[in-house]
Unconditional design. Structure first.
Length: 95
C-alpha cells in the first residue's frame, strides 16, 4: 500500500499564538502547502534530526581507534566484579 493511500487517523492538537499561526500560514503558502502538511513535514524533519543526534555517535580517527581497540581487548575481571556477578546470578532469576 502506498503512503499516499494510507489512512491518516492520528491527530495532534496545538494551541498557539496568533502571530505564530500567521507565520506558519505564510511559510506554508511560500511552499505551496497546506498549513497541516507544512507543520507535519517541518516537525518530521526536526524529529529525524533529533533522533539522529541522540542515536548516532561520530568519532574522529583517534577516538574511533581507541573505541575499537577497547572492544578488541579482552576484559579482565577483578575480584569485586567476579563477586558482583556471582551475587547477581544468585539474586536474579529472570529467564
Amino acid at each position: 500500500m502506498s503512503t499516499v493511500s494510507q489512512l491518516m487517523d492520528e491527530r495532534i492538537n496545538l494551541r498557539l499564538k496568533s502571530h505564530a499561526k500567521q507565520m506558519l500560514e505564510r511559510a506554508a503558502s511560500f511552499e505551496g502547502q497546506t498549513v497541516s502538511k507544512f507543520v507535519i513535514n517541518s516537525a518530521l524533519l526536526r524529529a529525524e534530526k533529533t533522533i539522529h543526534d541522540h542515536e548516532v555517535m561520530t568519532l574522529n580517527a583517534h577516538d574511533s581507534d581507541n573505541f575499537f581497540n577497547a572492544l578488541a581487548t579482552p576484559v579482565k575481571f577483578n575480584n569485586k566484579l567476579v563477586a558482583a556477578l556471582k551475587e547477581h546470578e544468585q539474586r536474579v532469576t529472570t529467564k
